[in-house]
Design a protein around this ligand. Structure first.
Ligand code: DHB
Length: 309
């Protein structure tokens, strides 16, 4: 049984798409909703529609992916309209990923969502690495603190944030201290891609994507241990908040690792891009079988129970 109680409801499954994959168009979003996914998240949006960066901007490697999409999206109004028409009775929560180009844009989108009074839940993206000239907000602790204060003022419901990966225990502690000041921050999604990696093709002696001289966000197997460390540390440091695991999930085994580290739900990005929405039923079946072999009947039986030596 992979059902999970979260945000006051019972999701039929713990797996869903990572923002950015299968979520820019309504047809893709509906395909995720119709699959074995337990929730749906939209493509990170800006106030105005964007074309994004020049192509090629996504590249698949043997063990992962690199992307510099540059926030191509249909604009906030498109996803808000989808949220108006979404069938919430399906039991799968809808998350709206917001990634304004500046703080006021994020606040305007939050106010726009608030006036609708919809059950859709914002996942505010503090970690897009791919807009030239725009640093990742989550790496600026003072700016993140200011942003969260502004989100609290703009929006009176529960919300979440998508964080970049951190690599230093002092950074985990400093970010957790900021996040813990905000009681309506209900969840954090760890992690966004490892930003500004570089994949090199030996034959052509060239980079593989066009934007930013080839730099892009890494996903897939490259990021699993980093993702698990971020899930684990924020699970320990943010009592009373939920952690959504994201990074390197391509089978039931990695999903199990994320939940053991503390994740309440688990997102699938690179693998979903590669395989399509059938990935959810496959990974769910693998996780169910692994739990059966271990004698676990629900996710509550092992969530966060990672052993240390
Ligand atoms: C994009 C990439 C991200 O990692 C993100 O969080 C938001 C947007 C992009 O390039 O479109």
């Amino acid at each position: 049984d992979l059902s999970v109680s979260w945000l006051g409801q019972t999701l039929p499954g713990c797996l869903y798409n990572a923002s950015g994959v299968m979520c820019r168009e309504e047809g893709e979003l509906e395909a995720v909703r119709a699959s074995a996914a337990g929730a749906v998240v939209t493509k990170s949006c800006t106030l105005q529609p964007r074309e994004g960066n020049p192509e090629p901007r996504y590249f698949r490697t043997v063990i992962g992916s690199i992307n510099s999409m540059g926030l191509p999206n249909r604009g906030f109004a498109y996803y808000l309209d989808y949220a108006r028409r979404y069938d919430y009775r399906c039991g799968k929560p809808l998350f709206l990923s917001l990634s304004g180009l500046m703080l006021d844009d994020n606040c305007a989108m939050l106010r726009g969502l608030a006036v609708e009074g919809l059950p859709a839940i914002p996942e505010i993206n503090l970690s897009c690495p791919n807009v030239p000239g725009k640093p990742q907000l989550g790496y600026d602790f003072a700016a993140t603190a200011e942003a969260l204060d502004a989100f609290d003022a703009a929006y009176s419901g529960l919300y979440g944030v998508k964080l970049p990966p951190y690599f230093d225990t002092a950074h985990f502690a400093a970010m957790a201290e900021i996040l813990n000041r905000h009681s309506r921050l209900a969840f954090v999604t760890c992690i966004n891609s490892i930003g500004n990696g570089l994949v090199v093709d030996i034959d052509s002696e060239a980079v593989v994507i066009k934007p930013k001289g080839g730099l892009g966000g890494l996903g897939g197997d490259y990021v699993l241990p980093t993702a698990l460390a971020n899930v684990r540390e924020f699970y320990r440091l943010l009592p009373g908040k939920d952690i959504v695991g994201c990074g390197g999930v391509s089978s039931g085994r990695e999903a199990f690792m994320h939940i053991l580290a503390g994740a309440r739900a688990v997102q699938v990005g690179t693998c979903l891009h590669r395989e399509g929405v059938g990935a959810f039923a496959r990974i769910a079946a693998e996780l169910t079988e692994l739990m059966r072999a271990k004698g676990y009947r629900s996710l509550d039986d092992f969530r966060g129970r990672l052993r240390t030596l």
